[in-house]
Design a protein around this ligand. Structure first.
Ligand SMILES: [Zn+2]
Length: 225
């Protein structure tokens, strides 16, 4: 059976990507990373989603104090509050976590090479997104080449594929795909803040709300909160 490592943050995009990979027939190997983010709420969501998908979840906890350069890690930094139309168009925001997807993909490539997975699935999106450089197609293509050169699989002629099925989708299409796949969107957490209910004000909440609104459905996570 073909096997894939899926980076799972517990948000809307990675959960939809996980269920996309499941539908494609991959045996799933989830990977979640704690890197000092403001809250552990999303890891709880990732665990809950992994249970719903019936997949194992590898949890990695990193201690990288310099990531406090990001407002997603350092609670003293203010989260940006841009109008929806400016999100992703105002330069790289303070919520950018330095090298996050480079770190995540390196961990995923290591896990994939260890367990014999042929693909890494990542829910990166370069359309309705915050403008992070490590979500762009150029970066993912370059990392695929890095993995080809730097893994056992790669030099043995079966290079890892980096699959980013949501890369060019709008949030509306992501919501519609997640619903069609039966992904447990009610279990997902996208808000940059912790707490019991999403704040509704951060970039991530706004992009998510846009997706559900344009798809014409209520966000089941809000009903479940
Ligand atoms: Zn929020």
């Amino acid at each position: 059976m073909k096997r894939a490592v899926v980076l799972l943050s517990g948000g809307l995009d990675s959960t939809t990507a996980l269920f996309w990979a499941r539908e494609k027939g991959y045996r799933l190997e989830g990977l979640s990373v704690l890197y000092g983010q403001r809250h552990a709420r999303e890891l709880d969501a990732a665990r809950s989603v992994a249970i719903a998908a019936g997949c194992s979840l590898n949890e990695v906890s990193l201690s990288l104090p310099w990531l406090a350069a990001s407002a997603l890690v350092d609670k003293k930094k203010r989260l940006p509050r841009l109008p929806l139309g400016r999100i992703g168009k105002d330069g790289i925001p303070s919520t950018y976590v330095p090298g996050r997807n480079t770190i995540f993909l390196a961990l995923a490539a290591s896990l994939a090479d260890a367990v014999g997975a042929e693909a890494i699935v990542i829910g990166a999106n370069a359309l309705d997104y915050s403008g992070y450089p490590d979500c762009r197609p150029e970066f993912l293509e370059a990392f695929e080449e890095t993995a080809r050169q730097g893994t056992k699989r790669g030099v043995e002629g079966a290079p890892l594929k980096i699959l980013a099925p949501l890369l060019r989708m709008t949030k509306r299409r992501i919501v519609e795909l997640g619903l069609r796949l039966g992904a447990p969107l009610e279990r997902t957490w996208s808000c940059y803040k912790g707490g019991r209910v999403p704040c509704g004000c951060c970039d991530s909440c706004k992009l998510r709300a846009k997706g559900f609104s344009e798809a014409g459905v209520a966000d089941p996570a809000l009903a479940a909160a």
